[in-house]
Design a protein around this ligand. Structure first.
Ligand code: ZN
Length: 253
């Protein structure tokens, strides 16, 4: 049986995720942006919380660990860096696996936004929880890592099967689309951007997306194809990626 995923908006623009293995009834949350909102969602569903899976240490991802663990006795998995601000029971790194009943998540290194940022990939259900590493039409700001590290992480995400659903932690897609259109004129991007603007006008979520959609339209994954446009023909992929990232950081759309 499959994984059931409950998605709900929290804080200004975060998404909270509860994930239930329908066979065993085991439940995990991915990141803890808001302990009260997560507890309210668990109450509404009649679920407890077995596991907490952190993607990185930022407070809108690990800030609710302590309160949720106190309330539910949950076991917390995440990168070691989480201990900067929150409790952690089991540090995990790339290649480790975390079982949720019959579902299994493989830990991927997607560092760069923070040094130890990880994603959780469930191949059986074709889903990945990617935190702030990649967003629809965007990627996380490179706060701690360097372009080589961040490009490597994004490349690992791009190498997942096309149909893999990417569950990221924020609804930034409309702003990302405006930037993407400023650096790339791919027809698929124009069509997707229009669909995104229309969806947001209707108040709809644009998360999750898929690996196939991001490979076709995300300007960060497409960085090598934008080298000439960025004035960087002949430069390495991480160098072009870094230029696109820098352009986004300064973009006033
Ligand atoms: Zn973050």
């Amino acid at each position: 049986m499959a994984l059931r995923i409950e998605q709900f908006p929290v804080l200004n623009d975060n998404y909270g995720y509860l994930v239930r293995d329908e066979t065993s009834g085991k439940v995990a949350c991915v990141d803890t942006p808001d302990a009260d909102a997560i507890a309210a969602a668990l109450d509404r569903l009649g679920w407890s919380l077995d596991l907490i899976l952190n993607t990185h240490w930022h407070p809108d991802h690990a800030g609710g660990n302590e309160a949720l663990k106190a309330r539910y006795g949950s076991t917390i998995y995440g990168p070691q860096e989480v201990t900067r601000i929150a409790p952690l029971d089991h540090p995990v790194t790339a290649g480790d696996t975390v079982d949720l009943g019959e579902a299994q998540f493989t830990v991927m290194d997607v560092g760069g936004h923070t040094l130890q940022h990880i994603a959780y990939h469930d191949a059986r259900d074709a889903v990945a929880f990617v935190g702030d590493s990649i967003f629809p039409l965007g990627c996380g700001r490179m706060f701690e890592g360097d372009p080589v590290q961040m490009w490597s992480g994004l490349s690992r995400i791009a190498a997942l099967p096309d149909e893999t659903k990417l569950y990221c932690a924020h609804e930034y897609t409309a702003a990302n689309a405006r930037f993407a259109l400023s650096v790339d004129d791919a027809p698929a991007l124009k069509a997707r951007a229009e669909a995104v603007f229309a969806a947001r006008e209707r108040g709809e979520w644009t998360v999750p997306s898929t690996v196939a959609e991001e490979k076709a339209t995300n300007p960060f994954l497409r960085a090598p194809l934008l080298a000439e446009r960025m004035g960087l023909a002949g430069h390495s992929d991480p160098e072009v990626f870094a230029a696109v990232r820098k352009a986004k950081d300064g973009f006033k759309g």
